[in-house]
Write a protein that binds this ligand. Structure first.
Ligand code: FAD
Ligand code: DHB
Length: 414
């Protein structure tokens, strides 16, 4: 719990143990885990509460992420409303192939929207009297090489100084924490893709029981869902395209074409959310500088094809929680020193998986960047060959199943 010290009239001084910048899944989950271990934290979030709760993003939780959420008291609604999925469908060349994780390796994933995870976390924080501070601005991190790093911020016109033992930068891809690590102390890696995803949410019952990932001549398409009445669908589009160019009719028609196979119908319905997200991969190494630790999208981004961004954020929160708990218990620095290499080992494996899935399932037209147009056709046929090899080998599909359902979390609990 933060404590106010009113002796300085202009800037209100606050102290905590762990100051967390960013109230997405990484920040809110870390704060929840720390509270369960008796460690105080304060979460600072740029956006207002309603925006934070409504932001539509990822939808698939790995096996280990679900186990973790259950263990820490966040599984009740997930078990009631989340949908356990035993596999996915891969579609190419007009054929749909089921990849049964359950039959291959006895595992599943859960379809449960990121905003539902956020809602559960917010509710748990409300119940414990530790809600995040929403709508903060002018966030600045300083003194990260000292034992008492500080976060300055403004809220409701009042300036604050929040000091803690540690600062966690879980402020996403465009946050302020990563840039405070000097360039000579980090290396960044980036890969842009020549496409983005147009994502929609629609009031219509899903037309499939399990997700469909489809490679079509006109580009990638995916069918996911949120509930028995809400479908989530994606289309590969030009990353610079304007969503205004995509009428609802055009979206449904393109989805019909890219997802259609004989004897199957895509149900249409009212689209109530649509947006275009460009796609890229990114890693910043190390995920620590002094007393500042990065978690989630602030340190690494993956293209969404492998459904991994949210799951990586959850793994970071779990790893960082363990490291901080060790330090508060007996002053051990080992966990803190190991946090960045441990997380990055997982991150690079998932970078591989996400880029593999992305390259296998999208049309890659880099002719605009100087690539030869003939390459596009060649690459497409190689991808068809790759998908046929994959779906005709139980061993190859088991590999996909192992990584899709989640690498072992390897926290102490499991
Ligand atoms: P975030 O969820 O980004 O949370 C960071 C938080 O920090 C935000 O609430 C932000 O408002 C706040 N913040 C930023 N700057 C500051 C500041 N200066 N001070 C205080 N707070 C700040 N993944 C998938 O697997 N599938 C998908 O379909 C998918 N779709 C996506 C769509 C979009 C538009 C985006 C951006 C991401 C998507 N992702 C998807 C990725 C996934 O949602 C992220 O990996 C996940 O949200 C990471 O969680 P996080 O807590 O690290 O970061
Ligand atoms: C969803 C998003 C993904 O990126 C993915 O690979 C699977 C599902 C979704 O939003 O439901």
């Amino acid at each position: 719990m933060e404590r106010e010290d009113d002796r300085v009239p202009t800037t209100t001084k606050l102290t905590t143990q762990v100051a967390i910048v960013g109230g997405g899944p990484a920040g809110q989950l870390l704060s929840h885990l720390l509270r369960l271990s008796g460690i105080d934290s304060v979460v600072l979030e740029l956006r207002d509460r309603d925006y934070t709760i409504q932001r539509v993003r990822a939808g698939v939780l790995e096996h280990g992420a679900v186990e973790l959420l259950r263990e820490v008291g966040l599984g009740e609604r997930l078990d009631r409303e989340g949908q356990e999925h035993h596999g996915i469908n891969l579609q190419f060349d007009g054929e749909r192939h089921n990849v049964s994780f359950h039959d291959l390796i006895g595992r599943s994933v859960w379809v449960y929207g990121q905003q539902e995870v956020i809602k559960d976390l917010m509710q748990a924080h409300d119940a414990a009297g530790t809600p995040a501070r929403y709508s903060v601005s002018d966030v600045r991190v300083e003194d990260i090489l000292s034992d008492t790093p500080v976060v300055y911020f403004t809220q409701d016109g009042q300036d604050y100084e929040l000091r803690g033992d540690f600062v966690v930068g879980s402020d996403g891809a465009h946050g302020v924490c990563r840039p405070t690590i000097p360039a000579e102390h980090k290396k960044t890696y980036r890969r842009d893709y020549p496409f983005g995803w147009l994502g929609i949410l629609a009031h219509v019952r899903p037309s499939t029981e399990e997700l469909i990932y489809s490679l079509h001549e006109r580009g990638f398409a995916m069918h996911s869902m949120r509930s028995e009445k809400v479908s989530r669908l994606y289309l590969q589009v030009d990353p610079h395209d304007d969503i205004a160019n995509w009428s609802d009719e055009r979206i449904w028609s393109e989805l019909d074409t890219r997802l259609g196979i004989p004897g199957w119908t895509l149900h249409h319905g009212e689209i109530f959310d649509k947006s275009i997200t460009p796609m890229h991969s990114f890693v910043s190494d190390p995920m620590r500088y002094g007393r500042l630790f990065l978690a989630g999208d602030s340190a690494h981004i993956v293209p969404p094809t492998g459904a991994k961004g949210l799951n990586l954020a959850i793994a970071d929160a779990a790893y960082l929680h363990e490291a901080l708990t060790d330090w508060y218990r007996d002053g051990s620095e080992t966990g803190l020193d190991e946090y960045s290499p441990r997380s990055l080992r997982r991150v690079w494996q998932i970078q591989h998986f996400s880029s593999w899935m992305t390259r296998m399932l999208h049309r890659f037209d880099e002719s605009a960047e100087g690539g030869h147009p003939e390459n596009v056709d060649y690459d497409y046929h190689v991808q068809l060959g790759q998908l046929r090899l994959l779906t005709s080998s139980e061993r190859a599909m088991s590999h996909l199943a192992e990584v899709y359902t989640g690498l072992p979390m390897l926290t102490r609990q499991r």
